[in-house]
Design a protein around this ligand. Structure first.
Ligand SMILES: [Mg+2]
Length: 152
């Protein structure tokens, strides 16, 4: 089994996007179709399952997250979300890595996995981190990198 741990902001949208102030937070309106379709191509070419590690998982259920992604061009569904652990002075990014590590410990059947995230430093999981530039989002170069790790 292959898994993509998926962040949303800075991966499926760009920080430079003009945000529609009228649109509700944590809806498909905040994601970009071209970036979500790129995710769809990555999944189609690797057979990977999507596990959401984004903070969106606190705002939306698994089914809602799947609907939001489907609305923007990824109909493949969401397999799971990582568990929420308490935040400390270490900051968000190290906790996120700990949450992902905990999910992996609970799922030894996972052979290959990657993290798509615009955070700079994912500590001990850096070797499986495909960093996205938050001003660009998920890029074609990211897909090449991601495929190599998932299929390698
Ligand atoms: Mg992000």
């Amino acid at each position: 089994m292959r898994v993509i741990f998926l962040d949303f902001d800075g991966v499926l949208n760009r920080e430079t996007d003009a945000i529609d102030e009228e649109s509700e937070l944590w809806t498909a309106a905040w994601l970009e179709s071209d970036l979500v379709e790129r995710l769809a191509r990555l999944v189609a070419s690797t057979g990977a399952k999507v596990v959401v590690s984004s903070s969106w998982r606190q705002r939306r259920s698994l089914a809602e997250l799947a609907d939001i992604l489907a609305e923007r061009g990824y109909p493949g569904g969401v397999h799971d979300v990582t568990a929420r652990l308490p935040r400390s002075e270490e900051g968000e990014q190290h906790v996120r890595a700990t949450e992902i590590a905990a999910w992996l410990t609970a799922h030894p059947e996972v052979a290959n996995w990657i993290i798509l995230d615009d955070e700079r430093d994912l500590g001990p999981l850096a070797h499986r981190h495909v960093w996205t530039d938050p001003s660009v989002g998920l890029s074609e170069q990211n897909l090449v990198e991601a495929r190599a790790l998932l299929l390698g």
